[in-house]
Design a protein around this ligand. Sequence first.
Ligand code: GLU
Length: 479
Amino acid sequence: MEKRLRLAPSPTGLFHIGTARTALFNWLYAKKIEGKFLIRIEDTDFLRSKSKYTENILEGLKWLGLKWDEDPIKQSDRISIHKKYIKKLLESGNAYRCFTTENEISKLREEQKKKGLPPKHDNRHRNLSKEEIETFISQGRTSVIRFKIDEKIQIKWIDQIRGEIKWQGRDLGGDLVLSRRAMGYEIGDPLYNLAVVIDDNFMNITHVVRGEDHISNTAKQILIYEALDFKLPTFSHTPLILNSEGKKLSKRDCVTSIDEFREMGYLPEALSNYMAFLGWSPKSTESEILSLHEISRIFELADINKAGAKFSWEKLNWINSQYIKNMESVKLSGIILKYWENMGWEPPTKEWAIKLVILIKDSMILLKDAIEQSKPFFVLPRIEKEGQDFLVNNNGELSLILILNYLTKQSALKLDKENAKEIINEISKIHNVKKGILMKSLRVAFFGSLNGPDLVQSWELFSENKSDILRIERCLKLI
Ligand code: GLU
């Protein structure tokens, strides 16, 4: 039988890291068992669902490299089918109309609160007679459909991550509401627990992998599966993602939407690699830098931890820096070019851009770091006090004049790492100036201070458009 997994996001907000990690686990396992990864958009909360969020979720999945195998299903297209099943449950006696008003429910809650009891419906309309139903309807009362939950029943399943889970019928909050309120004999719009069972069955889902916040829903859904005589999928409940204080990661933790990670300069490969390790610990490898393809080969649901997974910026940053460092420089320069373009910076040649990327990539953590790191190559520096002091105290002016003379005499010289070193050696020998002084003076002319990237590699870049001469002349004027 074909193995089928799905992500069932509600498009009520931007694509969240928790949903993305659920998507990733589903995708990885689908690949591992050569199954299919599907999408169902659960958009039946009409007030909060927005098509811009659906687009955002699908865009985010694509960006992360999590391709789905069939056209996404929209839950709102299937409402009439859901209602048919609700009718079936009414007819089979598994469900009934409940006319309890909002006021009556609030009163019940208050009484329960006073007694220190959890909220639970008292199933008061489970056995209404035809006449009683008609009276309620003639009074203009609206009704929901409730699914009967046997108080004495125990629901059990083998969770692929958590092992055996047991749930008592009496702990499920009373008979389960399947649909929203409706007038007369109408059936209102279906609610999550009903719709999810009908749709998972329709999509032939064999493995449900979702967050641990759905464990009690699973207990309820199993009862609906059984009442409708549907084949049960396997269930896996993944751990929550926690912030540094051990609480569920939320908007308050600043960044939670995938867009924000993208804007901050994380690479999709790095983010998905990091997310895979958020709650999953492979037995078969020590390596933490793995492509999705590599992970999918060793991914097991049983290796997902039960305990919550702490989100670590430090680890994510480290993984991102590794991906930047290891990325092919031509590809990376294509990405970084966009950041330069936004700043209005134009590299003289493609080769120059690649050389600059090679120079800065080891010190980058985020893609946007490319701006700060490459700024000195596009913008003339301010001569800082420490640079100025160095030149004054070490007769740096002479060093700069000697280098400038050399360069202007040899205007046809194609400078590279090797001959740059030779030039310094030669000037040092002929004019008896220490190499260190020559190099530090040059550094001040190039960067305005004694810090900055590798000097000879930088020189090679500056010399490409004679910016080395320009910077030395400018520095001599400024000091
Ligand atoms: N729409 C639900 C959610 O976003 C889906 C849960 C499920 O996977 O069944 O939490």
